[in-house]
Design a protein around this ligand. Sequence first.
Ligand code: AMP
Ligand code: ZN
Length: 435
Amino acid sequence: MEIKYWNKEIEKISREELDKLQLERLQKTVGQALKTEYYGSRLPAAGINSAADIKSLADLRRLPFTTKINLREAYPFGMLAVPKSEVVRMHASSGTTGKPTTIYLTADDLARSTDITTRSVVATGAGSDDVFQNMMTYGLFTGGIVLHYGVENLGAMVIPASSGNTARQFQLMKDFNTTIIHATPSYMLYLYSRMDDFGIKPSDLNLKKAFVGAEPHSEDVRKKIEKLWGIDVYNSYGLSEMNGPGLAFECQYKDCMHVWEDAYIMEIIDPETLEPVPDGEEGELVLTILVRDAMPLIRYRTRDLTRIIPGECKCGRTHRRLARMKGRSDDMLIINGVNVFPSQIEEVVMRMKEIGTNYLIVVQKAGPLDKLIVKVELTREILTDDTRDLYALKARIAESLKASIFINPIVELHEPGALPVSEGKAKRVMDERRD
Ligand code: AMP
Ligand code: ZN
C-alpha cells in the first residue's frame, strides 16, 4: 500500500522532537491561559505564575483539570485569551443547561486547525481528486464546517450537503460522483435502508470511503456499513471543545485513531482517582490543546473512555493512537449524533405542573436510528380532564423538550404510580441500544 502523508516531516517526527515541541507549545499555552479570566486565578492557585514555571512535560500534572461545567461557568468569554477583535471563528456545543459551551479561534488558530484536519483526511488515503460530500450538520456544530475547511485545503471538491434530506443526498452523490461521505454511522445505515425507495444500489454510485464519527459505534457497525455499501469506513473522533473533527482519525490501516500529538497532549486517567493509567489501560481521555491562542483549554476531561495503543503503526506515523471509544464516564447520551443530558429532560418535565413526580427516559434502536421515549406520570388532578386536553399536553411536552434538546421525543403519558420506582438511587434512564 502506498502511504500518503500531508506533512511527512511532522507526521513521522521522532518522539524526542515531539516531546520538545510539546513542551514549547505547552509553555506558550500556559502563558496564554494566564491571560484569561478563568485560568488567570486558577493557575496561580496551583503554583503556576508564568510559562517558565512549566519546566518539563511532567509539570502538566501540576495543572488543574477543566470540565464542561467550568466551560459553562466561563461562558461566554471567561476563557478568551486574545482581544475579541482577533477572533475569526466560534463554535458551540450543547451543554447540560441552556448555556452552550463555546470555543474561539484566531486566524492562525484556524489555519492550524485546518491543516491538522487535512492531515487526518490524507491519512485515510484521500487526495485532491476526491469529491467529498459532507453530511454532518453545518452551523455551530464543528462536524460540518471544520472538516469542510480541511478538505478544501487539500484541494478536493467539497459538497456542503449538511445533514438530512435523503433524496437530495442521493441526487448529489449520483450527479457529482461523490467518492467520500462524512456522516454519523447511524445516518450511513439509515441512508442504506432508504436506497430501495429511491431505486438506488451502492454499485450505481462512485463512493469509495466514509468518515464516520460524532457518536459511539462498534467495530461491528463499521464492518456492517463497509459490507452494505462496499466501501472503506474510517473512524473519526473529535469534540467541539478541542476544535472538532480531525483530532483523531484512522489511517489507511484502519487500526485505531492517530491523535496529532504536536497539537494535543493526551492523558488517560482513572475517572475515580484522577490518577494517570499506563499506556494500554483503559480510562478517561484528558486533552490539552497546544495550538489555540484564542482559547487555551488545559487538561480537559472529555468523559470519553478509551485507551492509548502503545507502539508504532504500520503507516510509520509516530503520533500515538487511541482505541475506539468504549463509552462515557458521565451520563451524557448521544442520540442520533446529538448530545443530550438526562438533566435537560428532567428540567423540562419537572417544570410542567401537569406532570407528577416520576418519569423515565428510554432510548432504543429504531432500525438504524435512535428513538427517544420520554414517559411521564401525570398528577391526579389532570386525569379527570378531557382526552383532547391530554393530546394537547402531550404535544406541549414534546415541543418543550424539542426546544431544549433539539430532537423530537416520543412522549408517553402515564397514570400516577404506573412507572417503576427503584429503591435507593432512581434509575431514570434506560439505554436499550446496546442489548
Ligand atoms: P460534540 O462536542 O458535539 O462534537 O460531541 C463530542 C462527543 O461526541 C465526544 O466527547 C464523544 O462522546 C462523541 N464522539 C465523537 N466522535 C466519536 C467517535 N468517533 N466515537 C465515539 N464517540 C464519539
Ligand atoms: Zn497509522
